[in-house]
Write a protein that binds this ligand. Structure first.
Ligand SMILES: Cc1ncc(COP(=O)(O)O)c(C=O)c1O
Length: 426
């Protein structure tokens, strides 16, 4: 028999490892937060602090790493936990059937979130899978060209280049310019790089490298006017920006639930525009298709983690309750505070353009001559601040990516810590 745990043990265990989720006699291993108050028209720090209380992160931990991985809120954890528990308590065909219905409810939630139809939604594992389903599913031949942006993630860069070696098509790349030279510059650069052979334009909505924001709608229009297909990598915009895919009108758009939407791991999305559905082949043929539209043929992915898919729907509802524009504004507001603070530190070189039309909530900078890896570790171990690094000489340094669970006090603490280490050394 497991011994009873004291409250102190419980707190220590929960801080220490996810395996502590299994606890005797407890229904849930995290304290149930008070219900989230209705979102005010103009949310203030008080409201955002109530939002933070919906997350199980300890209050002293400032997690500024949304571009990589976001925590799930307690309601999402609860949905995931309960659906998993039910599935394992009664792994019956009837319960599986219920979970298939839950998948369709999430598909509907994804469609509403992205402002498209459920018939155009494929539930994938993540953006990597979504991007690769596109690059593997299009009929590209020798002499065709695919145009990329140089800061694309490997799943939208290496993937095309490797497949080009196999199929013989060509890949061209528009290079990133730093600092972000503005939407007009990129529209012109992409226009110039398109040729009569270009079949696909694949770019990133908001880059993970230095947080450059791209004129997605204009680029998609540019391509559509020339009969060119577009793949928009939305890993850094899905769940952060109030994305409207009908307005953007890409052919394909992918995102990950575990980033900005604060959903569970391994549940993501691929939007396939109804206008383009006949242009793409499925890459996986198996059982358990989705129930409607493109998912009937494209989403036969075999057995899935349906509880995670169900919890992704809960994550989207959680964000919708708070308000999509409010979440986007909050990310921008915190990033602007970070950039304003960093710009006052003479040694810091900011790679992200502070113009709110050119960036959003991903901020990258070179912290003087401090070693980014060591600085990241010091921030985590001594200051309880989580961030990411970009290694190497090309716009290397640290990346802070704040989200709606962060506070102004946390971003001030992060900027203050960078300043202190620059003054004292590591
Ligand atoms: C722009 C971009 N695309 C794709 C990905 C891949 O996301 P995932 O690992 O969730 O598939 C990332 C991950 O950071 C990203 O930043």
């Amino acid at each position: 028999m497991r011994p009873e745990l004291s409250r102190r043990d419980l707190v220590r265990l929960l801080g220490a490892s996810a395996s502590a989720l299994w606890l005797p006699g407890s229904d849930l291993a995290w304290a149930k937060p008070a219900p989230l108050p209705p979102a005010p028209a103009a949310p203030d720090e008080g409201f955002w602090s109530a939002v933070r209380e919906q997350f199980v992160m300890p209050p002293d931990l400032a997690v500024l790493n949304a571009a990589n991985l976001c925590p799930s809120s307690a309601p999402v954890l609860e949905a995931l936990y309960q659906a998993t528990r039910e599935m394992d308590r009664e792994p019956s065909p009837a319960y599986r059937e219920e979970m298939h219905e839950a998948k369709e409810i999430t598909r509907k939630a994804l469609a509403e979130f992205l402002r498209v139809t459920p018939e155009e939604i494929v539930i994938t594992r993540n953006t990597s899978e979504s991007n690769n389903l596109v690059s593997s599913g299009l009929d590209l031949k020798a002499d065709d060209e695919v145009l990329l942006f140089s800061d694309n993630h490997p799943s939208n860069d290496v993937a095309w280049k490797e497949k080009a070696r196999r199929h013989g098509y060509r890949v061209k790349v528009v290079d990133a310019v730093n600092p972000h030279p503005g939407a007009e510059y990129y529209l012109e650069a992409f226009t110039k790089a398109l040729t009569a052979r270009t079949k696909v334009l694949a770019f990133t909505h908001l880059s993970s490298t230095v947080g450059d924001l791209f004129p997605a709608r204009d680029l998609c229009r540019l391509a559509r006017e020339r009969g060119i297909l577009t793949l928009v990598d939305g890993a850094q915009s899905f769940g952060l920006m109030d994305v409207d895919l009908r307005e953007m009108d890409p052919d394909f758009y992918g995102g990950s639930g575990h980033k900005w939407p604060c959903g569970p791991k391994e549940a993501g999305v691929l939007f396939i525009n109804r206008k383009s559905a006949s242009r793409i082949w499925p890459s996986i043929y198996s059982a358990y298709p989705g129930a409607i539209g493109i998912s009937k043929t494209f989403e036969t992915f075999g057995q899935r983690d349906e509880p995670a898919i169900r919890a992704l729907g809960e994550a989207l509802r959680f964000q919708t309750r708070i308000g999509r524009p409010a979440i986007e504004n909050r990310g921008r507001e915190l990033a602007q505070a970070i950039m304003a603070g960093l710009r006052k530190i003479p040694e810091v070189k900011l790679w992200t353009h502070p113009d709110p039309v050119r960036s959003l909530a991903v901020v990258s900078f070179q912290p003087g001559d401090l070693d980014p890896q060591k600085l990241m570790l010091a921030l985590y171990e001594k200051d309880r601040i989580v961030c990411a690094i970009r290694p190497g000489a090309d716009r290397g340094g640290l990346r802070f990516s704040p989200h709606f669970y962060n506070s102004q006090a946390e971003v001030e603490r992060a900027v203050g810590a960078v300043k202190r280490y620059l003054a004292t050394g590591l």
